[in-house]
Write a protein that binds this ligand. Structure first.
Ligand code: BG6
Length: 485
């Protein structure tokens, strides 16, 4: 039996995103982001999916949970101290683009915004926590979406380059780990958050989606170039959602559909960002989605840049797997309500309260599939269970279900390491409870730290430790060898 050991310098930590926890959406010169335009409530999911929306913020009708977040803006020292108490080696967070460039197209940055992240980074370093920064996590400036039409507009490359260059220059001497875009492959599912596309500016038109992707690939390569020029020891990665995809049966039709789904969803973006060139199946994918390759604006200079500046590692989120059965009609198919990435019900798996199918073995498969394909270090930068937590009469929160979920996933990671996968780190999502991206709820909680705030924005905002807090501390302190609770 081979030993399953994580690297001695394994990056245990947790992950968040600015728009989901900072709040203070209009403080210190911050501009509005696309996330600030996302209301809570039932309509949210179709809006982030790009439907029936023109970016209007209507505070009379809707609540906007991201505006308040969990007030991390004022409490980041307290929150980082709690991460340090769990012995975090790293903390993944994002920089709100709109704190630095409120509209996105300014020539000079907002010093107050830069200062805020100076303080966040210094606070991490004070506790020996490595910052892991996502440059853009689902929160491009609203102005760039409304006025420029989002990422399908090539001008966005320059705006992003200025933003990336500004933050890399400011923080690149003390921050080693970076990622360029959160879940860049989510554009089919969340065009509003990922590419600034909604119905009124072209969501659903795949010509736009692929042009936007190309622009993001170029922007990402520019960030890699700048990062390495500023500090050659910087490691800068891409970031995707990975959903291990199974054919539900041995029918070759379903096997082929699974192959195609893997190409289009799991691999398309990493093929470009890691290998530095568009994959062989690109034209076939364009044909399927009615994309006219000749009408895409892709220059030789762009292609040279992609080839010269691939990413250093692959960051990915993993929450669920997906099962394919194309031989059934829509009516016949037993779909899983809520399984974000679609597919049919996998009878071997249970689902979370929000319908996300839980599959730790799928994580081992994901790690092997990605490592076999690319031979680059992997970093699991999101994973976790969104669940309802109950506060007992004595104030404790016994989230054994969350411990069980994480334990099984960490075990699968250890198996993958034994398989030979080079895994850099693990940052479970929402290490402190925060606003859900897909539903806007607070009640969908992922944290080791509970935040007293409900879906309507009521609560003291007080922080308290869940049972999983001490458990995760022990996992970190034993470098993943003691997973008992
Ligand atoms: C990922 C996103 O897709 O999943 C996060 O990068 C998000 O922003 C996380 O919060 C969990 O999803 P949700 O919808 O439960 O918040």
């Amino acid at each position: 039996m081979s030993e399953r050991k994580f690297r001695p310098d394994f990056l245990w930590g947790g992950a968040t995103a600015a728009n989901q926890l900072e709040g203070a959406f209009d403080r210190d010169g911050k501009g509005l982001s696309v996330a600030d335009a996302m209301p809570g409530g039932k309509q949210r999911f179709s809006i982030i999916g790009g439907k029936d929306f023109d970016w209007t913020i209507d505070s009379e009708r809707f609540i906007y949970p991201n505006h308040k977040g969990i007030d991390h803006f004022d409490r980041f020292k307290e929150d980082i101290a709690l991460f340090a108490e769990m012995d975090f080696k790293c903390y993944r967070f994002s920089i709100a683009w709109t704190r630095i460039f409120p509209n996105g197209d300014e020539l000079t940055p907002n010093e107050a915004g830069l200062k805020f992240y100076d303080e966040v980074i210094d606070e991490c370093l004070k506790h020996n926590i490595e910052p892991v920064i996502t440059i853009s996590h689902y929160e491009m400036p609203l102005h760039l979406a409304k006025t420029y039409g989002g990422w399908k507009n090539r001008q966005l490359i320059d705006f992003y380059e200025r933003f990336a260059s500004t933050v890399l220059t400011r923080y690149g001497k003390k921050v080693t780990y970076w990622m360029t875009f959160n879940e860049i492959n989510s554009a089919f599912h969340f065009p509003a958050l990922s590419q600034g596309l909604v119905q009124s500016n072209g969501a659903g038109n795949y010509q736009n989606v692929f042009q936007a992707w190309h622009n993001q690939f170029v922007a990402s390569s520019k960030a890699v170039k700048i990062a390495h020029e500023i500090n050659p020891s910087i490691q800068i990665g891409c970031m995707i959602i990975y959903a291990t995809t199974y054919s539900l049966d041995a029918n070759p039709t379903n096997q082929v559909a699974t192959l195609v789904q893997n190409q289009e969803f799991n691999f398309f973006c990493t093929d470009v960002q890691v290998r530095g060139k568009y994959p062989a199946y690109t034209q076939r994918t364009y044909d399927k989605y009615g994309v006219d390759a000749n009408a895409l604006e892709i220059t030789q200079e762009d292609l040279d840049l992609l080839a010269s500046y691939p990413v250093d590692y692959i960051g990915f989120s993993y929450y669920m797997s997906s099962a394919i059965n194309e031989t059934l009609t829509q009516e016949e198919a037993d779909t899983v309500v809520g399984n974000l990435l679609g597919g049919v019900r996998n009878p071997f798996l249970e689902a979370s309260e929000w319908g996300w199918q839980i599959d730790p073995d799928g994580l081992r498969i994901a790690l092997n599939e990605l490592y076999d394909r690319y031979q680059k270090p992997l970093f699991i930068v999101e994973n976790g269970l969104g669940a309802l937590d109950t506060i007992e009469a004595d104030g404790t929160i016994n989230d054994e279900y969350r411990i069980d979920y994480l334990r099984r996933h960490i075990h699968a990671m250890a198996e993958a390491v034994s398989d030979g996968v080079d895994l850099m780190g693990y940052t479970p999502w929402g290490c402190i409870d925060l606003v859900s991206a897909s539903t806007g709820e607070m009640s969908k909680r992922y944290g080791f730290i509970y935040v007293d705030l409900d879906d309507k924005g009521n609560g003291t905002l007080n922080r308290s430790k869940k049972k999983s807090f001490d458990w995760y501390k022990q996992v970190i302190e034993t470098n993943g060898t003691n997973l008992d609770s």
